[in-house]
Design a protein around this ligand. Structure first.
Ligand code: SF4
Length: 427
């Protein structure tokens, strides 16, 4: 049996956008030039990885300032169980293809819900995916599936942190919790897409004979293969579909035979991983969507002429750290002085996280009309964590004590650690 094809999450997304675009890359093996926005996203990603590993952001650079705007959404550096650039892989038992790539960061303590995080740079936060989008996003689902397989957890917390690269330095976290059942349901849909991709790789058709989607031609700043396709005006106007990538994934599911059984996955030991053949570039050096899809989306948000103008803008004078911090939105300032995890301060007062949880429960009851946030399908954990975060961002909280024995504390722990200037852990 030949070695399995290797598919990354971004390959699946590209194929869903336009099968022919994927064909130019993976069958014709044409190079895709890296957009300036993608290069910026890659540098921002590098800064964030260094920060989470205990380093400092370089605030004399634009990418350092962009990264700074979102660090309050991240786990505190040094948090036990936090890892960056975590390799993931899923190998269906059929052995025809497998999926792999790298997660930006993962936080997991045995017995608790694993958290997977991804950094996204975008020209405008309006391009950020919603919780609903992430429920059918190939990257989010593949990451979650890998985490379910590796940890045995029946749910996974997803934190997609978006950093705006143009205009004001601001950020946004899209958080949700996905259940194992949902993850494997969507994984079946992704398997159908992968089956098509593998069939094309087996048969090596002429790329111009592959189906195409003209609505993808101008997406992400313009497809680099427009000259290769050379679509006539009639072809361009006859868009295969105006629907979104997520909708197309859902449509494939609806059109698929219902007898497909969920594939069983076993992550192979690292030494058994084989080289990707014949997709030699299946695992990009640049991690996933940070530099590709989203960074391309950043270019999409601005007409080409404006992009050029921005690129030629003279470099701004260097600012001091204090000046940069002063420019940041108020929510970047961490509202918790010291977070005591599973311990108490001696001789000084502190608030209890449980009080914040009670206020969050009330707020969710009022906003979502449910007695308990756990009754919100799939996204309850994300809603709860987000609400706790919003409450904490309303002011200064001094010292807070949190016991990690409760489900709510485990759900929202990273929200607290991300906002604490100092963390003390009980033994
Ligand atoms: S130019 Fe348009 S049709 Fe051709 S590969 Fe790119 S997105 Fe697809």
């Amino acid at each position: 049996m030949p070695p399995p094809y290797v598919f990354s999450a971004s390959q699946v997304s590209t194929y869903l956008l336009c099968p022919r675009k994927w064909g130019w890359q993976k069958i014709a093996k044409l190079p895709s030039p890296q957009a300036a926005s993608a290069a910026f996203g890659e540098r921002t990603h590098t800064q964030l990885e260094g920060y989470l590993n205990g380093g400092h952001l370089d605030l004399t650079t634009d990418e350092g300032k962009v990264a700074m705007s979102g660090i309050h959404h991240l786990p505190a550096p040094g948090t036990p169980g936090l890892k960056t650039e975590v390799e993931w892989y899923l190998e269906p038992n059929h052995g025809k293809w497998k999926y792999m790539g790298y997660k930006d960061f993962v936080h997991h303590i045995p017995g608790s819900t694993p958290l997977v995080g991804d950094h996204k740079t975008t020209s405008d936060l309006k391009w950020a995916k919603t919780e609903d989008d992430l429920l059918h996003d190939p990257q989010a689902i593949l990451y979650a599936a890998d985490e379910v397989v590796k940890t045995g957890s029946d749910e996974v917390e997803l934190h997609w942190v978006y950093y705006q690269t143009r205009g004001a330095k601001k950020s946004k976290k899209v958080a949700l919790r996905v259940m194992q059942e949902h993850v494997f349901t969507v994984l079946e849909e992704i398997e159908l897409v992968a089956e098509e991709m593998a069939s094309y790789l087996d048969n090596q058709p002429a790329v111009l004979d592959m189906p195409f989607n003209p609505s993808g031609c101008e997406a992400f700043g313009g497809c680099p293969f427009r000259a290769n396709c050379n679509l006539n005006p009639f072809q361009r106007s006859k868009a295969m579909s105006e629907t979104s990538l997520m909708d197309r994934l859902k449509q494939r599911k609806a059109a698929a035979p219902q007898a497909v059984n969920p594939p069983e996955y076993q992550p192979p030991p690292k030494q058994e991983m084989r080289a990707a053949e014949p997709v030699e570039a299946a695992v990009p050096a640049v991690p996933e969507e940070t530099s590709e899809a989203v960074a391309e989306a950043a270019a999409e948000a601005v007409p080409e002429a404006v992009v050029t103008k921005v690129l030629r803008k003279p470099r701004a004078k260097k600012e001091t750290v204090a000046e940069v911090v002063a420019e940041l939105p108020a929510e970047v300032i961490r509202p918790i002085q010291t977070l005591y995890i599973d311990c108490f301060p001696v001789g000084k007062p502190a608030r209890f996280a449980e009080n914040v949880f009670a206020a969050a429960r009330d707020a969710i009851r009022a906003s979502h009309g449910v007695e308990d946030w756990r009754l919100i399908n799939y996204t309850g954990g994300g809603v709860f964590a987000e609400t706790v975060g919003r409450l904490l961002d309303t002011g200064e909280f001094g010292d807070i004590v949190i016991s990690t024995k409760t489900h709510e504390a485990q759900t929202a722990l990273s929200v607290f650690t991300a906002r604490a200037r100092e963390i003390v852990r009980g033994l």
